[in-house]
Every structure is written in C-alpha cells, then in structure tokens.
Design a protein around this ligand. Structure first.
Ligand SMILES: Cc1cc2nc3c(=O)[nH]c(=O)nc-3n(C[C@H](O)[C@H](O)[C@H](O)COP(=O)(O)O)c2cc1C
Length: 151
C-alpha cells in the first residue's frame, strides 16, 4: 500500500495579534487577497478578521503545511501574536470554501461576535486556561456559521 492512500491529519490553528500599525479596508483586502492566493498552493483554508487594531486568523489544512505557514506568519513584522491555539484533531475543515475569507468589519458588526472579539483582544494574552481556550474555539465556530450564511 502506498503512503498516498493514507490521509494526512488536518490541523487548525487560531491566533490573535496586535497590528503594528492601523490597517484600513483597502490594506486588509490586499493582505487577504495575497494570503488567499498563496494558500491555494498549500491547500490551506481559513478566515482573517481585524477589529480595532487586532487581527484574528484561523488557518486549517494538512498539519505540516499549516504549522509551516503559522511559523512564517508569526514572524511577520506587521503584527505581534498574543495568543495562539492549535486543535488536537480536526475532523473536517470549517472553511472549506475559502483559502482565506476576510470578514470585513461591517459584516462583523452585524453579528453578536464583534463585541466579544474586541473584549477578548483587549485582554491581551488573557488567562492561559481551558475556559479561555474554549471561548476562543467557540468564537471560531461562530464565525464559521456566520461565513457559511454569508457565503
Ligand atoms: C495578519 C496576517 C495574516 C497573514 N496570513 C497569511 C496567509 O494566510 N497565507 C500566507 O501565505 N501569508 C500570510 N501572511 C503573509 C505572510 O506573513 C508573509 O508575509 C507572506 O507569506 C510572504 O512571505 P514570503 O516573503 O516568504 O513569500 C499574513 C500576514 C499577516 C500580517
């Protein structure tokens, strides 16, 4: 049996970071567009959003490619990563349709998640506890629902 028949495990990584300078919609669109293009090659999918000077990004894909991308993004001087979480197992992609879905502020403001996100980011690293990790993963799930409805 060849290795090709063994499916690679999927990994999801979510982080939030403080932007080094403010990003407007034009800059965000350019960043997400470039990321989306580059992620095709890696078969990575996910979500990017920006709220009041903070980014949140979720990336998912084959474990090795996803970790390698995260390593590169972490070193990007346009932001400083405050908090990063990795899934233990990911049965299926949450954003299968998007190599990088940018959820713009006006879209986010129509959801209940906007305030919760702003609060979470303002707490910086926050507590390193299971409850906080759960809250962050719930946010990612909530964002996946929002995006699925917006298509
Ligand atoms: C908030 C943020 C999110 C990013 N997301 C991605 C991404 O999903 N995929 C990607 O290839 N690059 C992403 N980048 C850009 C990378 O950090 C890096 O600049 C880009 O991959 C070019 O790398 P290279 O010069 O090695 O080609 C992101 C950068 C920032 C600041």
């Amino acid at each position: 049996m060849s290795n090709a028949s063994v499916p690679s495990p999927l990994t999801g990584i979510v982080y939030y970071s403080k932007a080094s300078r403010p990003f407007d919609d034009e800059a965000l669109q350019a960043l997400a567009g470039q990321a989306s293009q580059d992620n095709v090659e890696l078969n990575v999918t996910g979500l990017l959003l920006y709220v009041e000077g903070y980014f949140m990004q979720y990336i998912e894909g084959e474990s090795k490619a996803t970790h390698a991308l995260m390593e590169k993004v972490r070193q990007d001087e346009r932001h400083t990563v405050l908090k990063e979480l990795t899934t233990e197992t990911l049965a299926a992609r949450l954003f299968p349709a998007w190599n990088m879905r940018w959820l713009r502020d006006s879209e986010l403001r129509e959801t209940r998640l906007h305030e919760q996100l702003a609060r979470r980011f303002a707490q910086g690293e926050g507590n390193d506890d299971a409850a906080q990790a759960q809250e962050i993963w719930r946010l990612v799930d909530g964002l996946a629902d929002v995006c699925a409805k917006l298509t």
